[in-house]
Structures are given as structure tokens and as C-alpha cells.
Design a protein around this ligand. Structure first.
Ligand SMILES: [Zn+2]
Ligand SMILES: [Zn+2]
Length: 267
């Protein structure tokens, strides 16, 4: 299978209340309509939720897609053309949605597949946006990535020292790691843990040469994982107290047209 990652290195994402760094200007929350025209769900017609806004001028974004990809250099330039990239989703419709950034203040929804929006989901008085915070991206050390991967998938593999170090990095009780349930990591880039494991998804931008209706179509390059977000206290997407830790929104991107496809997954 071709590589699944899009951005290297991977970053752990954490909202920060106290400080607002001058740059890079990554943020969590806010109202999509304040920044992007076109950010409306085509199914329920509510504003799309602005999950994160990523500042593509972050100098730590070293590499986009695998070196073997023939258009890597131009991909990188195109990827950075508009500085701020919004990660958007509609939880009212728990949708499968593809959109692209058309200009710095406009997005276009290209494809959306949803069931009927439900009156009482996700919860009463559901907001059109979450509180806005700066978002800190911290590069994930390779040894922590490997340990976290093992902690999620191979209960009992890590020795005591590895467990202690990982617990310190995750700021959690070592018992959570020993029992095979480490806390979720909100992640941009890298190789994240996916609630339903590896899967193949394809580009749903009808104007892209890689577009196909069949997500299993091996003749086209698969989408690459770009970011993974979980429900948490500062981003209560599914429960009003943000405790549905096993629910993810996974953002994928097409290496050719750079559209974003957002889907939800749970284990
Ligand atoms: Zn909707
Ligand atoms: Zn595409």
C-alpha cells in the first residue's frame, strides 16, 4: 500500500488559553463565517464547524507527501499558496464531506454525503462554533510515536521504563498505558492512530483527475491522512462535556488537487 502520511513531521496539537504566539498562527475554534465564505453545510444549511485553522507558513512543516512522489516540490509550493487552511466539519449531519480552499477567504464544498440531519444530535443548543484558542503544534518525537503506536495496538509490549516515559509525555497515569487505553493524541501530519485502522479513501472532487466513486480503486492514488481530531473538553463536538474520546474526525487530502475530505470514525 502507498504511504498514508501527507505532512512530515507529525505534530501533537494542543489548544492554549494563556498565550497567543505571534507566529505561526494556528487556531482552534472560532466561527467559520467570520473567516470563510461558503462554509455552510449543503445538507442542513447550518454553518460548518471550524475545528482548526492551520497556518501553512509554519517553517516546521518540512515535507509534504513521500519523497518518491514526482511532483513533491511543486506540491509543497501549491500547498502553501493560501496561508490559512480551515479544517471544517458538520456534526449535525455526521457527514462525509469534501471541500477545497478557493481563495484566502472562501471555501467550496465539492461533495457531501450525509443522512438526514437529526433534531437532537449531537446535543441541545449545539453551537455554530467553539471558543477560539491558539493551537500549539509540538513535533512528536519518533520514539514517542513508536511507543504510542505500540501502546495503542500491542498491550503489554512496552517495558516499565518506556511506559513511564510515554506516560510523562502524555501527562497521564501509567496504568492507562499498561491497560492498553492511552489517552488520544490530537494530531496534525505524521502517522496518527486511526480509530478504525488503515483504510483507503479516494478523491471526491469531480474536477480532479484522481476523482473516483470507488474508494477501493487501486488505479488512483489514495488520499493521505492530514489531521485527526477527537472530542475533548475544549472541543465538545459530540458530547457537551467533550468526553467521547473514541470519536474522531479524520481529515484526508488529495495529493493532486489538495481538496480536504472529512469523515468521522469511532471504534
Ligand atoms: Zn449539516
Ligand atoms: Zn483530487
Amino acid at each position: 500500500m502507498s504511504p498514508t502520511w501527507f505532512l512530515k513531521p507529525g505534530f501533537r496539537a494542543r489548544p492554549v488559553r494563556e498565550t497567543r504566539p505571534a507566529a505561526p498562527l494556528h487556531t482552534q475554534g472560532g466561527l467559520a463565517s467570520d473567516h470563510f465564505r461558503g462554509a455552510t453545510c449543503t445538507t442542513c444549511e447550518h454553518p460548518l464547524l471550524l475545528i482548526w485553522t492551520l497556518d501553512r507558513e509554519d517553517p516546521r512543516f518540512e515535507r509534504i507527501v513521500a519523497r518518491s512522489h514526482r511532483r513533491q516540490a511543486t506540491d509543497f509550493a501549491r500547498w502553501k499558496r493560501h496561508r490559512f487552511l480551515p479544517l471544517l466539519y458538520c456534526w449535525r449531519c455526521a457527514t462525509d464531506m469534501t471541500y477545497r480552499l478557493v481563495s484566502q477567504n472562501r471555501i467550496e464544498v465539492l461533495d457531501q454525503r450525509s443522512g438526514e440531519p437529526s433534531e437532537d444530535f449531537p446535543y441541545a443548543n449545539y453551537p455554530d462554533g467553539f471558543e477560539e484558542h491558539a493551537l500549539e503544534l509540538e513535533p512528536i518525537p519518533e520514539d514517542m510515536r513508536a511507543s504510542y503506536d505500540l501502546a495503542c495496538n500491542q498491550e503489554g509490549w512496552l517495558d516499565d521504563e518506556q511506559t513511564t516515559r510515554l506516560a510523562e509525555w502524555l501527562d497521564c497515569d501509567p496504568q492507562r498505558i499498561a491497560s492498553g487505553f492511552p489517552p488520544p493524541v490530537l494530531q496534525v501530519g505524521g502517522i496518527p492512530q486511526l480509530a478504525q485502522g488503515k483504510e483507503t479513501l479516494q478523491c471526491k472532487n469531480p474536477k480532479c483527475e484522481h476523482h473516483t466513486e470507488d474508494d477501493m480503486d487501486w488505479s488512483k492514488p489514495f488520499l493521505r491522512v492530514f489531521a485527526v481530531v477527537h472530542d475533548h473538553e475544549e472541543l465538545p463536538m459530540v458530547h457537551d462535556d467533550g468526553t467521547t474520546m473514541t470519536v474522531q474526525v479524520v481529515f484526508w487530502t488529495c495529493i493532486d488537487c489538495h481538496s480536504i475530505r472529512a469523515v468521522n470514525r469511532c471504534d
